[in-house]
Design a binder for this molecule. Structure first.
Ligand code: 13P
Length: 263
C-alpha cells in the first residue's frame, strides 16, 4: 500500500496585473507582519506579483529572511534570444523565484495559449528549476454540458505530454474553473473535490500512485476567507490559488489560517 500522502498545503496569491513595485513591498510587509512561524509550518505561502515587482519582493524577502515564497505569472517557452517582451525561466530563477504560473485561463483566453504552448512552458519552467503551477479549468458552457472532467483531463494530458516522472513530480496543478474566476461564484467543495480527485487519478494513470499522492492540486476561483475552510476539508484539495482576495493582506492571511475558520 502506498504511504499516506504528506502534502503540505500551498496558498498562492496571484496578483494578476495589480501592484507596482512600491505597492508590492507594502503588501508583502503587511503580510509578513501578520504571519507567524506556526503559519509557515502549516502551509507554504507564496505571492505571484507582476514581473516588475519581483525584484523588490525578492529584496524584501531576502533582507528580512521572510518565509514567503514567490514566483512569476508566466514564463517564456524559449530560453533566450529575439522574443521581444518575453521573460526566460533562467531570469526568474536568478531572481530567486520558486514558482511560475503556466497556462492561467487568462493567458489561454487573451494570449491564445493552447495545451502545446502550456506544455512547452511547463518544460521551460522545469528546465530552469522553477516549480510550474499549471492551471487547468473549464468554461461555463463546458460545465453546463457536463463535460468538465473530460475537458480538464485533456488539458492535464496535453500540459504534461512527454514530461518524465522525475520532472512531473515537481509540478503543482491548479484547477481553476473559468466561471468561478473573479465572479464571486465559488465552486462547491464537492465540485472542487470531483475535479481535483480526477486530476490525481489521471496522474496515477500517467505515472504512478506514489507520484499522484505527492503532487499538490490546488483549487482557484473566488477563494475567500469565508469559503476556504470548506474547500480545504476535501481530501484532494491541497491549497488555493487566490486572485482578488490576495490583494488584501488581512484576507490573504485569513486564507492561510483556514484551520482557524469554521468549515
Ligand atoms: O484566477 C484566479 C487565481 O489565479 C482566481 O481569481 P479570483 O480569486 O479573483 O477569482
Amino acid at each position: 500500500m502506498a504511504a499516506a500522502p504528506s502534502r503540505k498545503p500551498l496558498m498562492a496569491g496571484n496578483w494578476k496585473m495589480n501592484n507596482n513595485h512600491l505597492e508590492a513591498i507594502a503588501l508583502v510587509q503587511k503580510m509578513a507582519f501578520a504571519l507567524k512561524e506556526a503559519d509557515y509550518d502549516a502551509v507554504d505561502v507564496a505571492v505571484i506579483p507582476p514581473f516588475t515587482a519581483i525584484r523588490s519582493v525578492q529584496t524584501l524577502i531576502d533582507a528580512d529572511k521572510l518565509g514567503i515564497g514567490y514566483g512569476a505569472q508566466d514564463v517564456s517557452q524559449h530560453t533566450s534570444g529575439a522574443y521581444t517582451g518575453e521573460i526566460a525561466g533562467s531570469m526568474l530563477a536568478k531572481l530567486g523565484c520558486t514558482y511560475a504560473l503556466v497556462g492561467h485561463s487568462e493567458r489561454r483566453q487573451y494570449h491564445a495559449e493552447d495545451d502545446a504552448v502550456v506544455n512547452a512552458k511547463v518544460k521551460a519552467a522545469l528546465a530552469a528549476d522553477l516549480t510550474p503551477i499549471m492551471c487547468v479549468g473549464e468554461g461555463l458552457d463546458v460545465r453546463k454540458a457536463g463535460e468538465h472532467v473530460a475537458h480538464v483531463l485533456a488539458q492535464v494530458d496535453g500540459g504534461l505530454e512527454k514530461i518524465p516522472a522525475d520532472q512531473a513530480e515537481k509540478i503543482v496543478i491548479a484547477y481553476e474553473p473559468v466561471w468561478a474566476i473573479g465572479t464571486g461564484e465559488v465552486a462547491t467543495k464537492e465540485d472542487a473535490q470531483e475535479v481535483c480527485a480526477a486530476i490525481r487519478t489521471r496522474l496515477a494513470e500517467l505515472y504512478d500512485g506514489n507520484l499522484a499522492d505527492r503532487v499538490r492540486v490546488l483549487y482557484g476561483g473566488s477563494v475567500k476567507g469565508n469559503n476556504v475552510a470548506a474547500l480545504m476539508t476535501q481530501p484532494d484539495v491541497d491549497g488555493a490559488l487566490v486572485g482578488g482576495a490576495s490583494l488584501d493582506p488581512g484576507e490573504f492571511v485569513k486564507i492561510c489560517r483556514y484551520r482557524d475558520l469554521p468549515a
